[in-house]
Design a protein around this ligand. Sequence first.
Ligand code: PLP
Length: 452
Amino acid sequence: TGAAQETWNTADLVRKDKAHMLHPVSNLRQLQEYGPLVMARGEGVYLWDTDGKRYIDAFAGLWNVNVGHGRRELADAMREQGERLAFSPTFFGLATPPTIELAAKLASLFPGDLNYFNFTSGGAESNETAIKIARYYWALRGKPDKVKVLSRMMAYHGIAMGALSATGIPAYWQDFGPRPAGFIHLTPPYYYRHGEGMTEDEFVDSLVRELEETIQREGADTIAAFIGEPIQGAGGVVVPPDRYWPAIAEVLRRHDILLILDEVITGFGRTGTLFGMQQYGITPDIVSFAKGVTSGYVPLGGVGVSSKIFDVLAEPDRVFMHGFTYSGHPVACAVALRNIQIIEEENLAANAGEVGAYMIGELSKLLERPYVGNVRGKGLMMLVELVADKETKAKFDPAQNLGGRLQAATRKRGIIVRCNPDSIAIAPPLILTKEEASTVVEAIADSLTEVL
Ligand code: PLP
C-alpha cells in the first residue's frame, strides 16, 4: 500500500499556492521562491506528497495526529454523524448525543473532579475560555479585580489575543500591536539554560521564590490564575524538574489563585500517560485541551472545570455569556469519542512512553557531537538543542539559517520534523514503532552531519 492513488499536477498546485495562499507561521517571501511541499495522502506514520515521495510524519501534523493518519474508523464516525445531524448548537440549552457523551467520557478520564466540559474548535479558543472562566468565577465570588494571569516565558498558548498574551514567545507578539494588560511572564522551568550553577532542587526553589515574590508584588487579590503547559511544547519541549509542578500548585492553592493546565499537546497520550498532569501528580482547577482529542481529523478543543468551579458558575440565575458557534460540534465530538476509544484500545499512551523512552535514549547518543547541547523530552515529545559552543551554550548565528538547511536535509531523507534555528523538535504519532523511531533518529543524525 502507499503509492499515491491519484495523480496530481504538482506544478499547477504550487503555482496556485504562490498566487493565492497566505500561509500561517511560514516565511512568505521564501514560499514565493520555493513554493510549498504539498502532502496528498497519509497512512499510519506515513505521508505521501503529490509526487508520490514518502515521508515519516515525525511531527504528527502539528503534534496532534496521535492515532496516525488514514484511520477508516474516524472517517466513518465523521460521515455517520454528518449524515445523521451535521450541526446543531449547544447554545440556549440545546445539545446533541455525541457532545453529551464526550463530556461524560472526558469526566471519567480526567483525574480529580474535572467534571464539567465546554467545547471549542482549538487550543487558542480553549485557553481564551479557560482564562475567561477563571475571571468569571472570581467575579461571581465578589472579587471582580482578580483578573491578572501568570504565565511563563517560552509558553505557547495560541495566537488569539488573550491566548497570545499568555504566550511567552515574543516573536508571536512583537509586530502585532498592543495586547491586553495583566499578563505576567515568569521564568520557565528550563534547567539547561536557567539553572546555571544550581542543583535541580535549588532551581525549583528559585522558581517558587520568584512566584511568591510576584504574588506579593502584584497582590493575590489581583491575580485570577496561573496558566502553564505541563511540559512546554512549541517554546522548546521544556520538561520541568519533577518537584516543580507540585511546588507551584502548593503556592497557588495557598494564595487562592486558580491553576489552569494547558494540555493541548500533552493530552491524550503524548507524554506516556493519558494526560501530562499525571506525570506530576497534580490536578488543576481548569484544564484546556485540543489537538489529540480528535487526532486532528476535525478541529475540536475544550476546557474542563472542577466541580468547585462549576458550582459557582451555576449558582446565579443568569446566562453564562461565553461560547462559540461551534462549541460542541456534533461531528467533531463523534470523532473525538471514536478517537479516544482507539487511544484506549491500542494502549497508545503506554506505547508513547515506551517508544519515547527508547527514542530519547537513541537521540541522546548525539550528545557526543560538539554541537548537540541538550536532548530532552518525555514520551513522544522531544527536542535536540543545538549550540555553537557547548561550554558557553552560545547559540548559532541566525544568518547561518540552520533551521532552513536542516529542514531541507531532513525532508530529503523522507522525514518531517520541526527544524528551528537552534533545535529539532520531534513528536511522532503515538503508534510509532521502535524500528520507525530508529529510522527517524538515523535521518536526523545524517542530516546534522550534512549541515554541520
Ligand atoms: N496550547 C498549546 C500548548 C499549543 O501547543 C497550541 C498549539 O500548538 C495551542 C495552545 C494553540 O492551539 P491552536 O493552534 O489549536 O489554537
